[in-house]
Design a protein around this ligand. Sequence first.
Ligand SMILES: [Fe+2]
Length: 160
Amino acid sequence: MKKYLKWRNTWSLGIDAIDLHHQQIAVMFNNIVEIYLDSTKQAAETDQQSCLMHRLLVEFNEKVRKHFCDEEELMQQANYPGRIEHAREHLMLLAELKHYLKNIEDELDLINLNTLKSLKAWFISHIMNSDKKFAEHLHMQSNNTQYNMCHIPEKQRNAV
Ligand SMILES: [Fe+2]
């Protein structure tokens, strides 16, 4: 699929820690796409591929969940008025990811191209709309630099 989640500068929110998370999420997503593409080159997915896919999805899920927690904490600190609605979008995606994982664990369904496309579309749309709105709010606050660097522990900022 040529539509990998390739980072674009227009997605940048100007909040270092969050931008880094988004870039890390894009890298993890691309790894999942690569495994998916490899598996489509054969008649059937090997056990090794499905194990790897499952592991990558578990890690992806965990990374996204932590990232959402950090974003929501920043929203709370910044007293962002749209935080409940924004957090609801996060919850919906987490429920979707949980559903994909459960299906894979129950061997009901494997990840497919439509799932990957819809995940990709969700992330771009969420960053460009909801996250950008929040970033605008944060930037309007005069002391926003304290959110920029201090909140998220360094270990977590750099971990993929
Ligand atoms: Fe968000």
